[in-house]
Design a protein around this ligand. Structure first.
Ligand code: TXA
Ligand code: MG
Length: 322
């Protein structure tokens, strides 16, 4: 396996040549390609084994670029951009023709975001094209939060990865659709529902109810996702123990180990009870447990507030097939 770290300059050159590069963002690592190069965009789908019906997010270097790629931008969008960009908020807006149907899977809207990781920011400044960047993991698996995670799974498909350290947030961006009279959360993520609601003021905020195994009506909607290879039991310890014995379990816990289980493979995400820290550690914990000699993973339910909602969403999707 190729273990290749790139400087920002070398990454910029590789991207301009149509190659794929692993890039750090504040949320998770992305598998980046030139959004204006159809062949490179197609290579992203192939590398991830991602179906073409699942569209990609376009990463921008400035808020002004929104007008270059999107139309019919309501004023609330500028309020949101002012409050959250650069940062973990992705906005779904009607696309201009310069954004290819390959990127949006034929949908009329494009997802755009401006990352705040300094490496992603500096890289984008050096390019004269925006980047598509899905999470840098094989389709359906857990998103990467370190450069090593990217190399472990996609090392053979990329020119290399830029090392930007472990991701600060550890969960993907929140995806928000702006409708005529309200906003819709399509994926819970780095900006919490409460924080968005405070910024939206009078504009109502809804949760998308469209969920599908194969059809994307909207972003982040695939029900089975973010899954390790081991079965995950979310908030279902008794059911888990009917199928597996306690010695063979790994656990994802919030503040403290589950008292009734052996300590060996218990992964406590934040002993101080901080949801931000828990979010940052979640995908690393799931990956570790997937590698360790455990047969199944039991995951506790987190408090349904702030980032706890996004954590629960990922764990629910990871456990969906059971
Ligand atoms: O934090 C993030 O958003 C990371 C980093 C790398 O930026 N990216 C990321 O991309 O999570 P990805 O492709 O793994 O997840 C993006 C989600 C997908 O579930 C996709 O279905 C949805 O966004 N999506 C993208 N464009 C869309 C569109 N035009 N309409 C509906 N859904 C869209
Ligand atoms: Mg993803």
């Amino acid at each position: 396996m190729k273990e290749h770290y790139l400087s920002i300059e070398a990454a910029a050159t590789a991207l301009a040549q149509g190659k794929l590069v692993g890039i750090p963002t504040e949320t998770v690592y992305g598998l980046a390609a030139n959004a204006f190069d159809e062949q490179a965009v197609n290579a992203v789908f192939v590398a991830k084994n991602r179906p073409h019906f699942d569209p990609l997010i376009v990463h921008l270097k400035s808020p002004e670029q929104v007008e270059q790629f999107c139309t019919a931008i309501p004023s609330i969008v500028w309020t949101l951009i002012e409050a959250f960009w650069p940062g973990p908020l992705t906005l779904l807006l009607p696309k201009k023709p310069c954004i290819s149907d390959l990127i949006t899977a034929g949908l009329p809207r494009v997802a755009v975001r401006m990352p705040r990781h300094s490496v992603a920011h500096t890289l984008l400044q050096q390019l004269d094209f925006p980047l598509v960047a899905p999470s840098a993991n094989p389709f359906g698996y857990i998103s990467p939060t370190t450069p090593q995670h990217v190399l472990d799974q996609l090392g053979d498909c990329i020119a290399g990865v830029i090392d930007g350290g472990p991701c600060e947030i550890g969960l993907e961006s929140t995806i928000l659709g702006i409708e005529a009279s309200h906003a819709v959360i399509y994926r819970e993520g780095g900006v919490s529902r409460e924080t968005l609601a405070a910024c939206l003021g009078d504009c109502p905020l809804q949760l998308s109810s469209a969920e599908s195994k194969t059809v994307i009506h909207a972003p982040g909607q695939l029900t089975s996702h973010y899954a390790p290879t081991k079965p995950v039991y979310f908030d279902a310890l008794a059911r888990c123990l009917r199928h597996f014995n306690a010695q063979s379990l790994g656990t994802i816990c919030f503040r403290e180990p589950v008292p009734s289980l052996p300590l060996t493979y218990q992964f406590v995400l934040s002993p101080t009870g901080d949801l931000g820290t828990a979010a940052q550690q979640l995908f690393r914990g799931l990956r570790e447990l997937d590698r360790l000699p455990v047969q199944a993973i039991y995951a506790e339910k987190f408090p349904e507030v702030g980032l706890g909602r996004a954590i629960n969403d990922r764990l629910r999707r990871a456990s969906h097939r059971l």
